[in-house]
Design a protein around this ligand. Structure first.
Ligand code: NAD
Length: 530
């Protein structure tokens, strides 16, 4: 989900040619031998010391866990987990840096975040290659994601100036004013599908407000966050302000419960979100939760069908289908179903599954073998319940990357709302086709889910488009497009998909708290006691 700036290129899933990125990246990802590959990765400085505390890379003091390149299964790094004492050091260093940072002017914060955005753009090819190594997504998508991250930072750099209080006159010359103050040190915890973006989406508003932030990436994608930490340090942010700790749920739990963490922003599954909200609730800490989804896309008979097909492709197959806002439940008005399906199958057949580092690749590798198995398990369960596999849903062997986990994008027909694969978030490239007859029916069925992250509608009827959008119970909606989030568009969920918004001015405010100050200028009048 770039949140796609290259939308003009998307219909064909063509990508800009990042030749340099590709050659650098392919040097790093040669599949010849594990040792040679690891050496080239080390020469790029990607895999050593993946914690970042007090302004420098370091290793955690906990157990080591292996990180692998999803496309080949080769080990890229032995990541040392952060212990409770490492987390303590990171939080205390951030707290120390925060005391200086909070006193800076909005202009200074703006300049430094703007410089970080410039550095991201200057290193776009390198960072995109790192994103591919982290995730196995195709290089064209990684490049678009990183560019969008620079745009987001640029936006928050500009918004730093807008964080202001208010001033209100009262009788007798008295008045009150409000201040928007940072919380202190915040914790950011990320999922594995957009690792660099999550580090940016959480840190940019937090830092723009004057906070510090300790970020924990998902253990499957540990490489990118430390690159961002180096960029912030180079852009002149105080040492320690932005820190990176590594590990899984235990590290996340320890971070959320640290006594000096003042706010938590979590992106992940519902179960993790519930655990984080409970822990933060006991400590009365504000939380932002960006959780999973099972979103609907409703295609009416009057829609431009080629556009609707492209929308359905964007809604299901970016990042190997591992996108929280994906609309895997594609509701199609019955009388256009056959025509829609013909066109959809032609489009999906054109999506090349392959080496993520090649620019012609549309679909890369699943994040892990367990995840690929899980996706295949859902496809199998749908077939057992009566669904018909019209396309894909099988493994693809990619030459030179035989040990990676590549799945052909899947289209399932004959689906019904009660099927497990239709109800639960698969987080894979599995589109389920559902037929409907009336608008009211489509809306009711679209809303019949515990989730409420996203949704979309394709129609030429403007009145109907807005009416349906008004009825859909979700936070991030689309008319005649899907999965595009330029900086500034609020992103977040309704219902079990979470609360709070990212990528917008509102998220900036959510990293600050309001202090109100009453100033008496007319003397205190005690009430007269009869
Ligand atoms: P996950 O919940 O397993 O893990 C997410 C992160 O939380 C990881 O860093 C993990 O180590 C940490 N974590 C897990 N349990 C924790 C706990 N009890 N306390 C503290 N930290 C904990 O999710 P995942 O498998 O990494 O990601 C997939 C899920 O993320 C999907 O459900 C997807 O929809 C969701 N997601 C949501 C958004 C969004 O913006 N709404 C974006 C991307 C992914």
């Amino acid at each position: 989900m770039q949140r796609l700036r290259f939308s003009s290129l998307l219909p064909q899933f063509r990508c800009r040619l990042f030749a340099a990125a590709q050659s650098k990246a392919s040097a790093a990802t040669s599949t010849t031998s594990g040792a040679a590959k690891l050496d080239s990765l080390k020469s790029l400085g990607l895999t050593d010391k993946l914690n970042f505390v007090n302004g420098e890379r370091c290793d955690g003091n906990g157990a080591a866990f292996d990180n692998v390149y999803p496309a080949s299964g080769h080990k890229t790094a032995a990541v040392r987990e952060s212990t409770a004492s490492d987390i303590d050091k990171a939080v205390l260093a951030s707290k120390e840096a925060f005391t200086k940072w909070r006193e800076t002017s909005p202009l200074e914060r703006s300049l430094k975040l703007g410089e970080a955005a410039r550095l991201i753009r200057a290193r776009l090819q390198h960072l995109a290659a790192v994103e591919v190594l982290d995730t196995g997504k195709p290089i064209w998508e990684a490049s678009a994601d990183i560019e969008a991250c620079a745009d987001t930072l640029q936006m928050f750099s500009g918004l730093a100036h807008t964080l202001a209080g208010e001033h209100v006159h009262l009788p007798g010359g008295s008045f009150y004013y409000t201040r928007r103050e940072p919380f202190g040190v915040c914790a950011g915890i990320g999922a594995w599908n957009y690792p660099f973006q999550m580090a940016v989406w959480k840190s940019a508003p937090a830092l723009a407000c004057g906070n510090g932030l300790v970020f924990k990436p998902a253990p499957l994608t540990p490489l990118g966050a430390v690159q961002l930490a180096e960029i912030y340090a180079e852009a002149g942010l105080p040492a320690g302000l932005f820190s990176v700790v590594q590990g899984g749920p235990d590290t996340g739990r320890a971070l959320v419960r640290h006594p000096d963490i003042a706010k938590v922003s979590f992106t992940g599954g519902v179960a993790g979100g519930q655990a984080v909200a409970e822990a933060a609730g006991r400590l009365i800490r504000p939380v932002t939760l960006e959780l999973g989804g099972k979103s609907p896309l409703i295609i009416f008979a009057d829609a431009d069908l080629d556009e609707a097909v492209r929308g359905a492709v964007l809604a299901n197959y970016l990042c190997q289908g591992q996108v929280c806002s994906n609309a895997a439940r594609v509701f199609v008005e019955r009388r256009i179903l056959d025509d829609f399906v013909d066109r959809l199958l032609r489009a999906v057949a054109g999506l090349r599954v392959g080496d993520p580092m090649l620019t012609e690749t549309a679909i890369g590798a699943s994040i892990s073998s367990q995840h690929a198995e899980r996706v295949l398990g859902y496809i199998g369960s749908a077939e057992a319940e009566g669904a018909k596999r019209l396309f894909g849903g099988d493994r693809v062997e990619v030459p030179g990357l035989e040990t990676g986990h590549f799945l052909r994008p899947c289209v399932l027909a004959n689906c019904s709302d009660g099927m497990r694969a239709v109800r639960e978030e698969i987080f894979g490239a599995v589109l389920t086709l559902l037929e409907f007859d009336t608008e009211a029916e489509a809306v009711a069925r679209a809303n019949a889910t515990e989730f409420g992250l996203s949704g979309g509608v394709f129609t030429r009827d403007l009145a109907r488009a807005h009416r349906v959008i008004g009825e859909l119970q979700a936070g991030s909606l689309y008319i005649n497009t899907y999965n595009s989030y330029p900086p500034g568009v609020p992103f977040g969920g309704y219902k079990m998909s979470g609360f709070g918004r990212e990528n917008c001015a509102e998220s900036l405010r959510s990293y600050s708290q309001v202090k109100s100050v009453y100033v008496e200028c007319a003397g205190i009048q005690l009430p007269t006691v009869p």
